[in-house]
Design a protein. Structure first.
Length: 555
């Protein structure tokens, strides 16, 4: 049900065409987009007319020959009259048959997109189901989870250990779906048939397990909430299981853990970070957004991923991120990065979800920022600040966080992690009221509960609730690569100051210390003056602001 209407697709197409021309004529490093990128990344007219209401993905995973075969039942509501439906599935996977009300439907393939010709009249307001039968040998991931595909590994006793990862590349890598983030089904069933000595763990709750005659079992999982397509997950192994109940803000939350048998004892120790995470993040962000579906941590043969209500874990049962502390502050060794970071995405990615991957900062900046709030919750405010300031060493400032390319499934730079986190830390300083800041973070999760959003919605929300127009501040940190510089001169008992190296109209307030005494400045890009200071006053900018400062001899 999470969708928005495109008022004028034609206009979008024209804008996109102009961007494309710009992209192909520009410098060599600029991306070149194809028709396939547009089919994948835009709300085409063959997508816009129907609202996804329910999926039942029912598949058989065969480790012996690395194949998947099955059917996705797509239920939808007609919004506008149309007879052609776009469903996506990437080669080498193949749609074999499409059926509606017992009748085979014709379809045309254009690369990763299938255009299905519906026979029956699609009356606005009516609900229909279409069965998409498919199969094949899915692409193997070269570097999971960063490159999409399947991972076929073995556990210590030689049993299959299988996982999928597909953020960015798309869920249509392994199952046929409406592969665009703007629309989510209201609920979903995931049925996975595997050899009887293995188990599948997917999203939501395990409703039933069927023993089949051919020495296989079918695991039926049900997700009671809207779910984004890259969050849909299968994890297959001969799992050990343990569980606990977390008493949270919305009642009792079922926490279930699935790990390889050889790691059970280690997991029981390491996964103590899961309830610690829940306690801290409910404090900062509000109730865990999927109580109905429970919370799960599932061991997989790659580092980790934020699958909704089914966070996958492969950090080796050690603190840090693959035993490193990205902040260099030491605080990163106090927790298991994957448990904290990937679970933080339950609030920022799965609860509040981008409509277009160009706005991926909404997922990664807030989740990167969540790490220091976790540190602060347990180790104090100074520790949290030291952590987030420490992550600045990972900022590159070569490409902006938000690229200018929308509707082509193209994301901005990796600075969306540490730089985005430091932008949010800077905004917290501007708010200068920790309870207010916390209420804004909780408000975001309440007011955009289970929604897909644009960056404008989030930027406007922050401006409105912080109580000042932050448009230029967002332009600076999200759409520019320069670090704003506070230029100042202390002479003749006066302070002159302004912002430079910034976007036009940049107006971030900043806290400075004049001989150790706190003072708020409201610099703009024009020179301002503060008079009547003591002789030889020294100025220090509060290091919590992600800015630079320089003393100028002749302003
Ligand atoms: Zn992340």
């Amino acid at each position: 049900m999470k969708y928005f209407r495109v008022q004028n697709l034609l206009l979008l197409s024209i804008i996109h065409f102009l961007l494309l021309v710009g992209a192909t004529r520009g410098q060599a490093q600029q991306p070149v987009f194809t028709k396939q990128d547009t089919l994948r990344g835009s709300i085409t007219k063959e997508r816009a007319w129907w609202d996804l209401t329910y999926y039942h993905l029912n598949i058989r995973v065969n480790p012996a020959d690395s194949t998947i075969k099955g059917v996705n039942k797509i239920q939808y509501k007609v919004l506008q009259p149309n007879q052609v439906m776009q469903v996506d599935l990437q080669p080498p996977m193949n749609i074999e048959k499409v059926v509606q009300n017992g009748k085979d439907l014709k379809y045309r393939r254009d690369g990763n997109a299938y255009f299905i010709q519906l026979a029956e009249n699609q009356r606005p307001g009516s609900t229909h189901t279409v069965d998409v039968l498919y199969g094949g040998k899915p692409r193997v991931s070269k570097n999971p989870p960063w490159s999409g595909g399947f991972t076929w590994k073995k556990d210590a006793s030689g049993k299959p250990f299988i996982a999928n990862s597909n953020q960015g590349d798309g869920a249509s890598l392994w199952w046929p779906c409406k592969d665009h983030m703007y629309d989510e089904p209201d609920s979903m069933q995931i049925s996975v048939t595997v050899p009887e000595d293995l188990m599948d763990v997917s999203n939501g709750r395990l409703r039933s397990v069927n023993q089949n005659k051919d020495r296989t079992k079918t695991y039926n999982w049900f997700v009671a909430n809207p779910i984004n397509n890259y969050g849909v997950n299968i994890s297959i192994a001969d799992y050990a299981h343990f569980s606990e109940k977390f008493k949270g803000e919305k009642g009792v939350l079922d926490c279930d853990y699935y790990v390889l048998k050889e790691n059970l004892e280690k997991a029981k120790q390491q996964f103590k970070d899961a309830p610690r995470m829940l306690k801290a993040f409910e404090h900062w962000f509000g109730p865990y957004p999927f109580y109905e579906d429970g919370y799960k941590l599932i061991e997989v043969p790659y580092t980790g991923m934020e699958h909704q209500s089914a966070v996958t874990y492969g950090n080796g049962y050690k603190n840090g991120y693959r035993e490193r502390d990205g902040s260099g502050s030491g605080w990163g060794f106090k927790f298991d990065f994957i448990i904290i970071h990937e679970s933080g995405h339950e609030w920022f990615a799965n609860n509040i979800t981008y409509k277009d991957i160009a706005d991926m900062w909404i997922h990664e900046s807030f989740t990167n920022y969540s790490e220091n709030l976790f540190v602060e919750y347990y180790y104090g405010k100074e520790a949290g600040s030291a952590y987030v300031i420490g992550t600045r060493r990972g900022i590159r400032n070569t490409e902006p966080i938000i690229s200018k390319y929308y509707h082509v499934n193209y994301k901005g730079s990796g600075d969306m992690y540490p730089k985005g986190g430091n932008m949010l830390h800077t905004l917290r300083q501007v708010v200068n009221n920790d309870e207010k800041w916390r209420s804004i973070l909780r408000g975001l999760n309440k007011d955009f509960y289970h929604q897909t959003v644009t960056t404008q919605q989030i930027e406007n929300y922050l401006s409105q609730h912080i109580g000042r127009d932050l448009a230029r501040v967002f332009d600076q940190y999200l759409r520019d690569t320069r670090i704003p510089k506070l230029e100042y001169q202390l002479a003749n008992n006066n302070l002159k100051y302004r912002w430079n190296n910034s976007v036009a109209g940049f107006n971030l307030p900043v806290k400075v210390y004049l001989d150790g005494k706190e003072k708020w400045l409201e610099p703009t890009t024009a020179w301002q003056e503060l008079k009547g200071l003591k002789k030889d006053t020294k100025l220090l900018v509060d290091p919590n602001f992600y800015v630079e400062s320089v003393s100028i001899a002749n302003p």
